[in-house]
Structures are given as C-alpha cells and as structure tokens.
Design a protein around this ligand. Sequence first.
Ligand SMILES: CC(C)(COP(=O)(O)OP(=O)(O)OC[C@H]1O[C@@H](n2cnc3c(N)ncnc32)[C@H](O)[C@@H]1OP(=O)(O)O)[C@@H](O)C(=O)NCCC(=O)NCCS
Length: 130
Amino acid sequence: MEKEISPLKTVPTLRQLAMPKDTNALGTIFGGVILSQIDQAAAIEAHKYHKGAVVTVAMDEIEFKQPVFVGDVVSYYASTHKLGRTSVTIDVHVFAQRQFAEEDDFIPVTEARAVMVAVDENNKPIALNK
Ligand SMILES: CC(C)(COP(=O)(O)OP(=O)(O)OC[C@H]1O[C@@H](n2cnc3c(N)ncnc32)[C@H](O)[C@@H]1OP(=O)(O)O)[C@@H](O)C(=O)NCCC(=O)NCCS
C-alpha cells in the first residue's frame, strides 16, 4: 500500500476504545473485531460515492503487526485508492494508542484494501456518483 498516513495530521474515519468483550483467550483483541471495523470504515468512505447500500466484495490479505489491548484507542483511516464504475477500492490503515503510554504514539496495527460495491434495492451493482 503506497500511501502513508500521518495519524497526528489526519482525521480518522472511525475511532473505538478496545473493550474486554472483544478479547480472545489471550486477553488481546480479536482480529475479527478489527476486521469488522475496517469494513465499517471502508463503507463510510464508499458512501461518499453512493448514498445507499454498499457491500464488501473483496478484502486483500491482512497481516496483524501488533496486538491491540483492552483500553487501547484504535483509529481507522480510510482513503480512496481507485474508483470503478460500480466499485470503489479503499485503503484502511489502523493504529492503536496504548492506554498508559506517556507519549501520543500511534502504533501501526494493520492495513487492508477493501473493494466495496454500490448496490440497488435488488442487491445488484449500480453506478457510483463520481
Ligand atoms: C458484490 C456483488 C453485488 C457483485 O456482483 P457481481 O455480479 O459480481 O457484479 P459485477 O461482476 O458487475 O461486479 C461489480 C463490481 O465489483 C467488482 N468486483 C467483483 N468481484 C470482485 C472481486 N473479487 N474483487 C474485486 N472487485 C470485484 C467488479 O470489478 C465491478 O466493479 P466496477 O463496476 O467498478 O468495474 C455480489 O458479488 C454480492 O452480492 N456479493 C456479496 C456481498 C456481501 O454480501 N458482502 C458482505 C460479506 S458477508
């Protein structure tokens, strides 16, 4: 993913406090919870081009680089990579701020590329408003 994100200079699409209900057996946050938020951040970005339903058709391979702990603030930054006729490809960068960190460090957690498709009332692809 070529684009760099500067968390201190960019408004996040989504922010969430990591809570105990989202933990796995190790006590860290489930990858699936992060994936779900990535999906939501991508949908918010996709709504810029379609004021209706959007669905996820694809997401690329995802690598979790650092764990997320209860109490971390997790920020999701979505940006448009490519616009198609009915689809929009969106990059989502995810950073964690540790609960007890003295510095305002943003730790890169993961990043993903999602393809969202605008659909009509019959769930069929519909052209984006560009
Ligand atoms: C998304 C969906 C409506 C697309 O239907 P389709 O018949 O494949 O439609 P098309 O072939 O016309 O493709 C529509 C767009 O999606 C893109 N697309 C389709 N499959 C893709 C894939 N695997 N990767 C990337 N883009 C893809 C196409 O390139 C096209 O983009 P464009 O119009 O910008 O050129 C259909 O696959 C679907 O309903 N999937 C389930 C979505 C869902 O429920 N997601 C939640 C996960 S549980």
